[in-house]
Each structure stands twice: as C-alpha cells, then as structure tokens.
Design a protein around this ligand. Structure first.
Ligand SMILES: NC(=O)c1ccc[n+]([C@@H]2O[C@H](COP(=O)([O-])OP(=O)(O)OC[C@H]3O[C@@H](n4cnc5c(N)ncnc54)[C@H](OP(=O)(O)O)[C@@H]3O)[C@@H](O)[C@H]2O)c1
Length: 325
C-alpha cells in the first residue's frame, strides 16, 4: 500500500484526506515514480477549491515531484527502474508516495540536482523559463514588473532576471519579503501595502513605464498592471492568486495605449517532448551554474498538505514549499 492525498469534494483545506491505496501498475507509455519530494503550487489550490475542475472525484492532487522510477510500462525506452527523475505536468496525483504518469512528462535529473531542489523548481522554474525567455524574451538593461516577487515563482524570476542583466521591479506585501526579493536580485521592490504601485513604477523608470508586466495575482492587480505599461506593452496574466480576471472589455487595452495581453500556461509552452526537454535543459543549466538557487522556505510532511496549502493561500510562505512523503 502507499499513501496519497485525495479529495472527494471541492472546498477548503479540510477536504484533503490522506488515504492508503494500492499503487497502480504503469500502463503502456507510463512510469511509476516513488516520490522523494513533492512540489506545492498555487494551481493545486485552484483544483481543490474547484476554480479549475478536476477530471473526476475523488481525485488526487499535485503535478510536480521528484523521485526514483519504480516501474515502467510497455514501450518506455528512455527510462528504467532506479533512474532519478522529476516532473511538473501530467495527471493530478503527485501528492503521494507513488505516482503513475506518462513517461514523456518525465525528465532524468542531472546528478548535481537533488530531489528537493527539483521538486521545488520544476513547475516554477519552467514557468519562469517560458515567461522570461519565450512569452516576452527579456533583454539585458530592460526594466520589467513582476508581482509576488518573494513567492515561489517570483524568487526564481528575480534570480533569473539578474542573471540576464534585467532590472526586475518586484511587488511584495512586507519589508521582509522586499528584502528577500532584493537578495534574490530584484533591482527594486514595491511594497503594495504601503506604496502606490503605478506611481513607484513611474518614478523608478523616469516616467517611461515598463514594456512587460508579469502578473500572477489576477483580479486585484489587473488594472494597476495595465497602468504600469508603456504604449503597446505586454500584459502577461499568468495566475489568479486573488481570483480570476473576468468580464474584461477589451476596449480598455486601446484606452491604456494599444496594449497586448496574453494568458499563458506551462502546458501551453511545454506542449511537445522537444520543447519540454529544451526548457528543462535551460532550467537545469541555471540551477547547476548556481545562477538560480532554489529557496525552499517551507517543508511539510505529506499528511500536512492542507496546512501547507493554507499557508500558501494566506501569503505566509516565501520561496518554494515542498511536501515530503
Ligand atoms: N500559468 C502558469 O503557467 C503558472 C505556473 C506556475 C504558477 N503560476 C501562478 O503563479 C503564481 C505564483 O505561484 P506560486 O506557487 O509560486 O505561489 P507564491 O508566489 O509563492 O504565492 C502567491 C503569492 O501571491 C501574492 N498574493 C497577492 N495577492 C494574493 C492573494 N489575494 N492571495 C494569496 N496570495 C496573494 C502573495 O505574495 P505577497 O504577500 O508578496 O503579495 C503570495 O505569497 C500563482 O498565481 C500561480 O497560479 C502560473
């Protein structure tokens, strides 16, 4: 038997329960992984609350982890039992001691990257890869605005941006988070609980504003983010921490300066094996070179997944959070 977290109805953290299950055998093209560390992400909360519908209930939760291949299904050629691996996509169910998923979503870990680092950075780091290198390919010297700069994705983004010579302005909710973002390479921070974000961006950019805003907060920051953009700037709305952006009249993009908007996701970028491998390669290079050091701010045992999610949703975490099976 193996332990896993599942939920039979959507709701608060209390709907998560730890159950014993018989681990499934991997089918054709699948592998079974014995997880050593599991990544906690905001998207897990969206599934738990029902903002994103799970394919069926009861459902497992989580899509990110790292561990050892335990068994391989028919036709799997690039993996074998005993391989050290990591993953960030695939069916819900990573919050578990054992997880079965398509082999094409799994990558072999370089020796220099440990399980905890991988579990804390696969989903968030690949997200930063596509945001900074694909959605808008940032350039040295460019000034950008990035919300939630002391969070899991944000902490990696600050370091990656610094490595590229980009001036990242990060928003945060406390002086402690501002210091963390600065230590991670943010060029400037704005504490939105005490400062006016648009005015500070205007000051910091000598009135130029920014060519791109990376906004994972969603509803609460939508309009502020648009106001921080230069004419024809790009709004990258990639998350809903405060709730989804809804009911937008696209005329607002014209009023605020012929703006562009995109709503990207990791699955929209790492959508082929080739693209996934290229993105992993770039992330692993950043990790192995030490240009990005993953900050694991919180570790919880698997059975405390609800507590961990509650901390993430209540802004009480910094950096990445992992669950340990
Ligand atoms: N589209 C994609 O491909 C993709 C992939 C990964 C993650 N994401 C998104 O990126 C965001 C960050 O993910 P993460 O797992 O690394 O989380 P995180 O940034 O560690 O945590 C979320 C942070 O958002 C800020 N926040 C602002 N308003 C909030 C509110 N009303 N409720 C809760 N938090 C609020 C908080 O930072 P402050 O206290 O500093 O405000 C909080 O710490 C999430 O929105 C997630 O959905 C999107």
């Amino acid at each position: 038997m193996a332990k896993r977290i599942q939920f039979s109805r959507t709701g608060g953290p209390e709907v998560l329960e730890l159950v014993d299950v018989t681990p499934a055998e991997p089918g054709p093209g699948e592998v079974r992984v014995a997880n050593r560390a599991i990544g906690l992400n905001f998207i897990d909360i969206y599934f738990r609350t029902g903002l994103y519908p799970a394919p069926g209930l009861p459902s497992g939760l989580g899509t990110e982890g790292a561990g050892v291949v335990d068994a391989v299904g028919e036709g799997v050629t690039h993996l074998k039992p005993g391989d050290r691996i990591a993953y960030a996509q695939g069916p819900l169910g990573a919050y578990a001691e054992q997880h079965v998923l398509p082999a094409e979503k799994v990558v072999v870990l370089p020796d220099g990257i440990d399980f905890e680092t991988a579990a804390a950075s696969m989903l968030k780091g690949l997200t930063v890869q596509y945001l900074l290198r694909q959605t808008h390919r940032v350039e040295a010297g460019e000034t950008i605005l990035f919300h939630a700069a002391a969070g899991g994705v944000g902490s990696i983004a600050c370091q990656w941006a610094r490595a590229l010579g980009v001036k990242l302005i990060g928003t945060v909710s406390s002086p402690e988070k501002a210091e963390l973002a600065k230590n991670n390479g943010a060029w400037a921070t704005i504490d939105y609980t005490r400062e006016n974000v648009v005015e500070r961006v205007r000051e910091l950019t000598d009135g130029e504003m920014v060519p791109v805003v990376y906004d994972s907060v969603g509803k609460d920051t939508w309009e502020t983010s648009l106001d921080c953009l230069q004419k024809r700037g790009l709004m990258v709305s990639f998350g809903n921490a405060s709730g989804p952006v809804e009911g937008v009249n696209i005329g607002i993009l014209n009023q605020k300066g012929a703006l562009f908007v995109t709503r990207p996701s990791l699955n929209g970028y790492a959508d082929t094996r080739e693209r996934f491998e290229t993105m992993c390669h770039e992330l692993f290079e950043m990790l192995e070179s030490g240009k990005v050091k993953v900050d694991i701010g919180q570790r919880y045992p698997l059975d405390k997944a609800g507590e961990a999610q509650d901390a993430l949703a209540s802004r009480r975490t910094t950096g990445s959070t992992i669950l340990l099976p």
